[in-house]
Design a protein around this ligand. Sequence first.
Ligand SMILES: *Cc1c(COP(=O)(O)O)cnc(C)c1O
Ligand SMILES: [Zn+2]
Length: 425
Amino acid sequence: MSVMFVTHLKCSKCGRVYKLEEKPVTCVNKDLGRLDVYYDYEAIASSVSREELAKRPFYMWRYKEFLPVPSEEYIVTLGEGGTPLLKAKRLGERLGLKNLYLKDETRNPTGSFKDRAMSVSVSMAKYFGFKRAVIASSGNAAASLAAYGAKAGIEVYAFVPDFAGFGKIAQLLYYGAKVFKVKWTEAEDPTVKMMRVLSERYGFYPSPSFGVFNPYQIEGPKTISMEIVEQLGWRLPDQVFVPTGAASLLTGVFNGFRDWNQVGWITGYPRLVAVQPEGNYPFVRAWMERADPNKIRPWEKPPETIATGLEDTFPWDGDAGLRALYKTNGYGVVVKDDEIVEAMKLLASLEGVFAEPSGAAGLAGLIKAIEDRQVDKDETVVVLVTGHGLKDPDIVKKTAGDVPLINPAEEEFFAAARKYYGSEF
Ligand SMILES: *Cc1c(COP(=O)(O)O)cnc(C)c1O
Ligand SMILES: [Zn+2]
């Protein structure tokens, strides 16, 4: 690939325009605008077709024309994307839905969809020539950056909140990241503060999973929507359930459908549904208030939820995310932690998909939406399952339940099976 399809980047706050050759990452006006990436869709449409796509390997980079990396030599990949779209028959029957699908993002290299984002981000870091990257994250994005950093030979510094689970931190340490827990302060997210210090004063490449500080990573999750459309045989689903923290994923999912509308490969959008936990829902609250996308209020308290991937007290990409909800006639849903655990159990026991709490929040949201009569039984519904159950061993241990201890004797097996598991023989 030698053609470049990115025409320019443009700050979402001040409108300043950048060329890719300027190596822009954040706006020089320091206005916390996101440098949205613009493409030449006509050029893309004339250089690749749906039929040509079908011949390529099924992973994220089959959509390279829609990604900002200017040449294949810079691509840093661990084989991300190309995840299965599983028809959930048993779960669908349980919920009364005929066409329920799970987009199983737990299959990505480090166990979450963040790999799509970080593969793009680190590829751009390689193109720009950065040697050090920095991130603020509660876990998955940092793990992902650490893995791709390892692959590319880029040093990774990660700031995590002091309440981050050790399960997630351990993964980062194995990938060789330098990890720092930062004490919580009321005023602003202290991990973001430290990330900004290193990027703004010391020239580290900022690579968190929010577009305001890195505009390239948000392009990766677009490919989830592209895969879904292909996997449904070039049909659109009716609704897509998206667990939401910073709303970067939600924005990416919208942008994937947008791009394919732009090249004329599809027409229209599914309803996008943002799901947040009861202990931290600044984004869904903004939707409930029909807020101006540029005036979203941060959550006032420290987040309280087992969904550690959804703890962003301010949805950094909430402006674009909220516009995506308005544009697609989408909506927001709030779920309780015990409903998330219930969703984890349903996913694993009926469909064989083991998700972490954040990863199962989309399903919890769907169950809520069905109760609220937002979903028709004939609709094609896709639930994004965003992160693997083994990501968060602390929480899994607490919620999995107990196991009986027996002597190696038949009668004890039968008695325990009846008592603990309700088995009938
Ligand atoms: C990051 C994350 C999300 C939410 O993505 P945002 O872009 O922050 O909204 C959902 N699920 C998992 C497993 C995550 O790691
Ligand atoms: Zn700006």
